[in-house]
Design a protein. Structure first.
Length: 207
């Protein structure tokens, strides 16, 4: 199985790239290396065993805790920036939001960016996320097929949903129908450096 380089291709914000260009290059090189090596047979078997969204959420939690090395879309263990987010990500994944990417808000050498998380959700989980975001600064973007639910102009061209979902559906064939039925959702706090809104809000909504 060819493992696609799925890490960060759609992150185009100039502030992120300026601050992290070197890291991104190193990470990307690492991803390419791992891609050529492929996912381990053990990891591949775990992902192949998934049948439901709940199964996928539990596997992401295993990856967060080091029991699985790769996800279908992230070909390495969690990045350092993910470590502080593991408690919240665990609650969120167990609550139905199967996450495929996240970013810690940081301020580094005068550059700064907000926190965000993306992944797969059913209609009912999307409703909980949207309710949690209502009345806050949180931005929620959701895509299923050609349908987009946006709170702002869609910023990615093209939309990453199809590629991202395809990585997961390929690695998890018995969960493929469930994945293609989900919304790919992206939640962002646009306030640079702030981590204490999005994570508590999602954990409370999905916990
Ligand atoms: Zn889309």
């Amino acid at each position: 199985m060819t493992q696609p380089a799925a890490v960060l291709p759609w992150r185009t914000r100039a502030n992120l790239w300026r601050a992290r260009a070197e890291t991104a290059v190193r990470e990307h090189a690492g991803v390419l290396h791992l891609n050529m090596a492929g996912m381990s047979r053990k990891d591949a078997a775990r992902w192949k065993s998934a049948r439901t969204m709940a199964d996928l959420g539990e596997l992401v939690i295993e990856w967060l805790h080091g029991e699985i090395t790769q996800t279908p879309g992230h070909c390495a263990p969690p990045c350092d920036e993910t470590l502080p987010l593991i408690p919240a990500l665990t609650v969120i994944n167990r609550g139905g939001f199967v996450t495929d990417n996240s970013q810690l808000a940081e301020v580094v050498d005068g550059d700064a960016w907000g926190t965000d998380v993306s992944g797969f959700v059913t209609d009912s989980t999307l409703a909980k996320i949207q309710a949690a975001a209502d009345g806050t600064d949180l931005v929620v973007i959701a895509c299923r097929g050609r349908h987009h639910e946006h709170r702002q102009k869609f910023r990615w061209q093209p939309c990453p949903r199809r590629d991202v979902t395809d990585f997961w559906a390929t690695a998890c064939p018995d969960a493929s129908d469930a994945l293609w039925a989900t919304w790919w959702v992206y939640v962002e706090d646009p306030v640079n450096g702030r981590n204490d809104l999005l994570w508590p809000a999602l954990a409370a909504a999905l916990g």
